[in-house]
Design a protein around this ligand. Structure first.
Ligand code: F6P
Length: 410
């Protein structure tokens, strides 16, 4: 029987700590362990009088703010301690814990149990910026304009940066790049229960529900023209409405699209039917760029530049369109797009991506192994969607119709 464990997260705001906490908790629960996340921020919002999300509240030179946050941290730790003394196996302290002093408080309060400090970092500026934009949508910033909310959050981060002290003295520590999903450093002085499991988890992608949708029919689709930035036809708009009705009972807080009109037009009614859903357009999910063939039909390519059509037939995955892309050259950007998706999406939330034929094939192949030469032929219809679920115990992929078929909330 393994003993009890404290996992103390550490890191600047918006570095993916809460997602990490929930991912560890939800997955270890599947192994019948009792795990609970103790979040300082939730206590702050619950106990704080008035608005505690303004940047000055987080200034190290604001004694009232410092005192109040200290009080929340103490209370949170006391609750975590009581949980471990009682029935809990693992207590996860979800807070920034960026100072040695705060971490000492954890060590003192939790003395007797092993503590694993897990720092989440992310040096990817673009992903960080996107995360700030997403946070600006949170309820606690509802009284501010998006620009003011981003400013306010950035200021809050800079206060944390001013007091940040890296992990060093802590006996057991692991540094994780939460955007890339890899471990950068690790050092254990004690036997840390469940460590192999946690280590594996940190680098494994877990997908509760990912709905991978292809945009509805476009005017270009009607005549088999590739690329371009065509609009949806009447049928395409009806498909978007059918998708919206079908998913109306399933909570989807963020819908990811490409920058093209056809994915935005497909996603818009779906977002409208949700209580509160935002659209995030990622250039990484733009359709394969057909270079000199953009806007042509397959017949025109065959007739006018047969060497392109023939070379592509011989090696569709490896072929790159002149002045454009190929499946192989898209691999990296698609992978990066997915890293953004998992970084920006809250761990427990369902995910929807509205993409394109080639893009969706590449997204699918990022999850499920397919021989490279098979990827460009994966079936990607416009009247169905792929439902993807992955956890350490199972992988599930299903192609489902969305019309005349109500989905249960999953
Ligand atoms: O026809 C729609 C489309 O998304 C094009 O824009 C794109 O070039 C093509 O499908 C990708 O499919 P394939 O690789 O099979 O040509």
């Amino acid at each position: 029987m393994e003993s009890k464990l404290v996992i103390a997260l550490m890191g600047l705001p918006a570095r993916g700590k809460s997602t990490m906490a929930r991912k560890i908790a939800r997955t270890l629960e599947l192994d019948a362990l009792k795990v609970q996340v103790f979040n300082n921020g939730e206590l702050r919002r619950k106990l704080g009088q008035g608005n505690t999300s303004g940047p000055e509240f987080f200034s190290p030179d604001n004694p009232e703010g410092v005192q109040f946050r200290e009080k929340c941290a103490r209370l949170n730790l006391d609750q975590a301690k009581a949980y471990l003394q009682d029935k809990g196996d693992i207590a996860i302290i979800d807070a920034s814990n960026v100072t040695r002093k705060r971490r000492q408080m954890i060590e003192e309060t939790m003395a007797g149990w092993p503590i694993l400090f897990l720092e989440c970092m992310n040096a990817d500026e673009e992903a960080l910026e996107a995360n700030l934009e997403r946070k600006a949508n949170l309820k606690e910033f509802a009284h501010l304009s998006p620009e003011e909310a981003i400013d306010s959050f950035a200021k809050r981060i800079s206060y944390y940066e001013s007091i940040y002290e890296p992990l060093h003295m802590e006996r057991n520590r692991i540094l994780v790049d939460s955007f890339a999903g890899c471990i950068l450093q690790e050092k254990l002085a004690d036997v840390v229960p469940y460590y192999d499991r946690i280590r594996d988890l940190v680098t494994t992608r877990i997908v509760k529900n990912l709905f991978l949708v292809r945009h509805g029919e476009t005017f270009f689709n009607l005549v088999d023209r590739i690329g371009g930035d065509s609009q949806l036809t009447e049928k395409g708009l009806a498909q978007a409405r059918a998708l919206a009705a079908y998913f109306s009972t399933v909570r989807i807080p963020i819908i990811f699209t490409s920058n093209y009109i056809r994915t935005l037009q497909t996603a818009a009614p779906i977002a409208e039917m949700q209580e509160h859903s935002s659209l995030i357009a990622l250039p990484e999910f733009n359709e394969i760029h057909a270079g000199v063939c953009d806007g042509m039909t397959y017949q025109e390519i065959q007739a006018k530049i047969p060497e392109v059509a023939n070379a592509r037939k011989r090696d569709k995955y490896g072929y790159t369109y002149p002045q454009g892309e190929g499946y192989a050259t898209m691999e990296q950007r698609i992978h990066r797009g997915l890293q953004k998706v998992f970084y920006l999406n809250n761990y427990d939330d369902n995910i929807m991506i509205v993409g394109h034929r080639a893009v969706n094939r590449m997204i699918l192949s990022d999850f499920v192994f397919r021989q490279k030469e098979e990827v460009p032929y994966i079936y990607m219809p416009q009247d169905r969607y792929y439902h993807i679920q992955i956890d350490p115990h199972k992988k599930h992929f299903e192609l489902k119709p969305y019309a005349n078929n109500q989905l249960k909330d999953s």
